[in-house]
Design a binder for this molecule. Structure first.
Ligand code: DI6
Ligand code: FE
Length: 422
């Protein structure tokens, strides 16, 4: 595979584009109008209706988009991409009737991935995660969150986060790392969750943050994971270090985690099948994004839908993500999640598309640089050979032809775009 830095530059004038609804934040061009984008030194220098192109740009080398639909680069705002092994055996157990909680109680679940992750060295973890990242990126993803949480001990959490950073550098993709030390209780701390939380807050987090490995802090607040009080200790530790927080909240039961997270100004609360009216109000008040994860809902054959209509009415921004992980959401297609968010959760197509662009960027604290197209932002956009933006949600597990511009480089060219020097 070509190293990212050897890929062709996207600099120049991109023409023959149709901006997808909601794709751009400051563009006068109407949806569907013949639009153009100027890329200069890896950033968007101008975007708008072709007819309004400033003459100074007209003579730049041009890339003919041939009528392609354009969206901002997609953002996958919740993944557990770096781990050892896989858990197909649990899939079989669940098919035979075992619940997620029963699988965990039988020694499976998160802890089995912890064992495989601890056993793998950094290069092995990297080698396993890199092809997964490549597959995710093929859907047009330009920014991704990667959580730790399968190490659950300092050196193993560090290993995961270092791999996440390396993946971002090598593949030219924006990676936001999230420390999820409070994901599960490691077996060596059985019966001593308070001691483990102290280790997470007082040793692991400060040292990892000191190494620049932590962009945000997350916890799993659930009956099978950590209590509300333990979660709050993690948030206090993050706040002391000036790090933003997020939370796996109300997935299996209503623990009141979302309201707690909102009190700490959380970037996002994720899962939310059992979210209460109080949680919604608190999230709205705090500007916290609701991250919906239809892959986990589907895999667990959950029947409790997240309160979509109430979130919509309250005006809480809704993001959609893969939650890629080996236990409950082994998917590597963000577009499949767009489809499922519509089909299973009844999001409208524009809501689901905003969920993997604008709102997903906001859930990562990247609203100023990712998720919409505007002059001054890094050039992250995707040209889709599709007639209608609804096709981004409609096709079920099929790859539409696409040209991906990521961090100012042409990362993939699914059809032959003409490049003529003007
Ligand atoms: N929520 C999830 O969906 C994953 N972790 C979490 O906190 C599941 C992780 C796993 O089962 O390995
Ligand atoms: Fe998750």
């Amino acid at each position: 595979m070509k190293c990212f830095h050897e890929l062709p530059s996207a600099d120049g004038l991109w023409t023959g584009l149709r901006l997808a609804p909601d794709a751009a934040s400051d563009v006068p061009a109407a949806d569907g109008e013949d639009a153009a984008i100027v890329v200069d030194q890896g950033a968007i220098a101008w975007i708008g209706a072709r007819a309004a192109l400033p003459p100074a740009f007209a003579a730049l080398p041009s890339h003919d988009g041939r009528g392609a639909l354009v969206t901002a680069g997609l953002v996958d705002c919740h993944t557990h991409l770096v781990y050892g092994g896989q858990r197909a055996n649990e899939f079989a157990m669940r098919l035979a009737g075992a619940s997620y909680e029963e699988v965990a109680a039988a020694g499976g679940g998160i802890v089995s991935s912890v064992n495989a992750t601890r056993a793998a060295d950094e290069d092995t973890l990297y080698a396993q995660a890199a092809p997964r990242l490549v597959q995710l990126l093929a859907d047009g993803v330009c920014a991704i969150e990667i959580k730790s949480g399968y190490g659950l001990a300092f050196e193993h959490e560090r290993k995961q986060l270092r791999v996440a950073r390396r993946l971002g550098e090598d593949h030219g993709v924006t990676v936001r790392t999230t420390f999820l030390g409070a994901h599960a209780l490691p077996p060596e701390y059985a019966g001593r969750s308070g001691d483990y939380i102290a280790e997470v807050c007082d040793r692991m987090l400060p040292a990892l943050a000191d190494e620049g490995l932590v962009d945000a802090v997350d916890a799993f607040c659930e009956r099978i994971a950590f209590s509300l009080a333990e979660t709050e200790r993690v948030f206090q530790a993050a706040t002391r270090l000036g790090l933003p927080v997020k939370l796996h909240a109300e997935q299996l039961s209503d623990m009141g985690g979302a309201a707690l997270a909102a009190r700490y100004g959380a970037l996002s609360c994720d899962h939310l099948e059992h979210l209460s009216a109080e949680g919604i109000a608190a999230m709205h008040e705090a500007g916290t994004v609701a991250v919906l994860l239809p892959g986990a809902y589907y895999t667990l054959r959950d029947t409790q839908l997240p309160p979509i209509e109430a979130l919509r009415t309250a005006g809480v921004p809704m993001a959609v993500s893969t939650d890629h992980n080996p236990g409950t959401s082994p998917t590597l297609s963000l577009l499949l999640m767009v489809n499922m968010a519509c089909t299973l959760f009844r999001l409208t197509v524009p809501e689901a598309l905003a969920g993997v662009t604008r709102h997903a960027a906001r859930a990562l604290g990247l609203a100023d640089t990712h998720g919409t197209l505007a002059a001054g932002r890094p050039a992250n956009f995707v040209l889709w050979q599709l007639a209608d933006s609804a096709e981004l949600a409609y096709w079920l597990g099929q790859q539409a032809p696409r040209t991906i511009v990521r961090q100012g480089r042409i990362a993939s060219m699914a059809h032959a775009l003409e490049k003529s020097v003007g």
